[in-house]
Design a protein around this ligand. Sequence first.
Ligand code: BG6
Length: 509
Amino acid sequence: MSGTANPLRQGLVEDRSPEPCTVVIFGASGDLTKRKLVPALFSLFTERLLPPSFAVVGYARKAMSDDDFRAEMHEWCKKFARHKPTDDQWARFAPCLSYQTGDYEDPEAYAGLKARLAAIDTERGISGNRIFYLSTPPATFPIAVQRLAESGLTDRRGNDKFTRVIIEKPFGTDLDSARALNAHCRSYLREDQIYRIDHYLGKETVQNLMVFRFGNALFEPLWNNRFVDHVQITGAEAIGIEGRGGYFDLAGIVRDMVQNHLFQVLCLTAMEPPVSLAGDDLRDEKVKVLKALRPIPEGRFDDFTVRGQYRAGSVAGKPVPSYQDELGVNAGSTTETFVALKLFIDNWRWAGVPFYLRSGKALPKKVTEVALVFKDTPHRLFGERSVSEPNVLAIRIQPDEGISVRFGSKVPGNTLDIHPVNMEFRYGTSFGAEPPEAYERLQLDCMLGDQALYTRADEVEASWRWISRLHHAWAQRSSGEVPRYEAGSWGPDEADLLLRRDGHVWRRP
Ligand code: BG6
């Protein structure tokens, strides 16, 4: 079994085959299971990346038979799997699936699950390797971890069988809760059994940030404060909150997108080269970036952060209601649906280089991008005719995955006019293949026992430390006012001002 079918997998992991195992998905009736987790497992199956003996057990409170679960998953795989199932493939995959109804608290339910897993082990020749994927509401994480351990389904001592637990986001809601959850998990599991997921790390183009930087000689020499003027990281979404008002109104965009996804992208952009791709070497470097993030100076809050909340407008011609009118949002809510931050990484490489981050819902389009904006040439040889825009290296994480370099070129003709042009690399055209889904790569890595693309306890805490200070500073401000922006715009005017004060403008990706 090998990953060589996909050239983008090469270079990051050596090709290994997972041992036979069962993946138990807690929260199996939920959206993530249907849209992402099972379709991803099915795509791995079609690419022959799963072990020969393999099972998936859906676990949730909702009563359902195995056949119902299989039929439902068939429909979702047809809709969402990267490889649509043929009848023959489905006939071979469906027997891997079973379903167990159960509560997340009741010890007896765990006894039932244990008996079921033992039976599946025998039927399918699996011999006890297990992954428990907690895709449940975060409030259930502690009890599920505890019950799994008490029922003997996870074993801290370590023997020749593995038991690993994947924990979905959000991992805590602030520094204290993240610390408490880490401590709780560690009292039942070893760190090497805990897989804290951030699906951005499973994205091909996020991993390519490392290949791009450390697998080439060309770019890294420029990747520092001698040449880079500033960095812009954008995580924009066109969608609003899509019926998730109850969750989102408590979270806000900073917890939903910045603490995890954007900070991961920031870390991979800013970190030093790790000594190897082993999980801890990579994560050590990311933690150093998070530790070097300068706290927002006391009393200078508005110089470094901008919040926003969308009001009614339209995105791509479709009307979008005001955030305040979304289902589940509290009347008079001051939760931010947009944020822009100016960050400094106080270390040798990045001293003095601002990193501007922004993320928002109901913006004009979906785009995730990292852009390095370069300093001017030391001398303007071409005077007034010199290029008016700085050189930019933009890494497009999604969609239209690729990399572009913007630089000045002579306009053809008998004058010396200079105009900015783009040099483009696009995954689609260069490789002619669609990148795998993040959840494919991440579930496969967990089967392989590779934690490099999962976050470590200290990493999660370091990122919450910075974010919790931000929330604390926001809470201290006398006015709870949040600037509004029209849905379908690029956020409040204050976000433009944040850059304009420094003589910069946001890119319009
Ligand atoms: C999730 C957030 O973690 O990431 C969502 O909860 C957000 O609000 C999503 O829409 C974005 O992920 P992606 O892969 O679509 O960029």
